[in-house]
Design a protein around this ligand. Structure first.
Ligand code: COD
Ligand code: ATP
Length: 319
């Protein structure tokens, strides 16, 4: 039941032809589900959520939901791109993914009237969906370590190529590298999502195992990210002091017991108010929160076969 033919000379994709459509659909659902869960989690400091638009004046919940809808069709394309390039060296795959990535960014801007809702997420999920396609094509396991290592391989030398040796800085990320040495979204991807693997994913998995609550697990992951991630969005808006403020505040909440502390939700709402007052938005951590949920749910590839698609687990939460 594959929707596209196996490579010339092959009768089936490694792992069984019947798995291909299942994987393509599941990866797209997971990526979209991750974006929806991220934006609906409330309250999030400085970010767009159900409570308010955070430190943003040009976008709200509807803008994010519309944007997620517009970019969703690209997730399968990233998967297919990674799969069709599974024999090419990892570092060649980035150029292929990027042409779809640029088209996806265009679709995002067209849907939002020019507002940057998901630029960082398009980059992260373009790489992740491409890595899943590539590893599936190679018949390798679709687990956190394999997929993250593959992303790191695809992004090998990206920081050196695009930031270190780049000419005049044009984007915010390029400026911040030259000014402060921050490697932003590129550095995080090139490290194989080291901040996620070290801080937010363990926090998510521990709290979910302990409480059975996905919401609490997402909050635990968010706090872990806010305390540790060198978010270039915070530095762009508030300088190094803006980043330090957020990291200190999040570390304080963690020291007080994190999601298990009394009045945790009220503390998060107060954190939100403090960031809005300072015009700070941790957009990079929001992206990595979505990445955390996606990586946590990769186990669905192992647990289900294509006759039993996990509609429940990856269905979108009601807005
Ligand atoms: C690498 C990207 C994100 C470039 O953006 P930029 O130079 O502004 O870099 P920067 O690191 O500041 O990231 C922008 C976005 O990433 C997110 N982000 C910020 N900090 C971090 C961090 N520490 N970790 C992860 N994500 C982060 C935020 O959402 C931010 O808005 C990407 O958009 C890109 O490659 N652009 C070039 C055009 C292209 O190829 N687009 C298609 C990409 S598939
Ligand atoms: N819930 C969210 N709220 C706000 N930003 C988010 C959210 N989720 C993800 N982001 C990320 O934050 C980025 C937007 O941040 P921001 O608006 O600060 O960037 P910008 O458009 O480059 O800067 P500015 O608005 O200062 O011109 C998006 O690229 C997106 O990936």
């Amino acid at each position: 039941m594959g929707f596209y033919p196996p490579p010339p000379g092959r009768r089936a994709w490694p792992g069984g032809e019947s798995c291909s459509f299942h994987h393509q659909e599941l990866v797209a659902r997971l990526a979209h589900g991750a974006l929806i869960r991220e934006v609906l989690l409330t309250p999030k400091p400085g970010l767009v959520d159900r409570r308010n638009s955070g430190a943003h004046r040009d976008m709200g919940l509807d803008t994010f939901l519309t944007s997620a809808e517009a970019i969703a069709p690209w997730f399968s394309k990233f998967f297919l791109c990674g799969m069709s390039g599974h024999r090419s060296p990892a570092e060649h795959v980035l150029a292929m993914l990027r042409s779809d990535g640029v088209a996806c960014e265009k679709a995002m801007f067209a849907a939002t009237g020019g507002i940057n809702t998901h630029k960082g997420s398009v980059f992260a999920f373009g790489l992740l969906c491409g890595a899943v396609g590539r590893c599936h094509g190679q018949g390798r396991p679709l687990d956190v370590q394999t997929i993250c290592d593959e992303v790191a391989g695809i992004c090998r030398d990206l920081v050196e190529r695009e930031l270190d040796r780049a000419g005049e800085a044009t984007t915010a990320g390029e400026h911040l590298f030259h000014q402060y040495g921050l490697t932003g979204a590129r550095g995080e991807a090139a490290s194989g999502f080291q901040t996620v693997r070290t801080f937010s994913l363990p926090a998510f998995l521990a709290v979910e195992a302990e409480t059975g609550s996905e919401q609490l697990a997402l909050f635990a992951a968010l706090l872990a990210l806010l305390a540790s991630n060198a978010d270039t969005n915070l530095v762009a808006r508030g300088g190094p002091e803006g980043l330090l403020f957020v990291q200190r505040e999040a570390s304080r909440l963690l020291a007080e017991g994190g999601v298990h502390a009394p009045y945790f939700m009220a503390k998060m709402a107060a954190f939100d108010d403090a960031l809005i007052k300072r015009n700070l938005s941790p957009g990079g951590s929001a992206d990595l929160l979505a990445v955390t949920w996606f990586l946590a749910r990769l186990s669905l590839f192992r647990d289900h076969n294509d006759k039993n698609l996990p509609k429940e687990e990856v269905s979108d939460v009601d807005a």
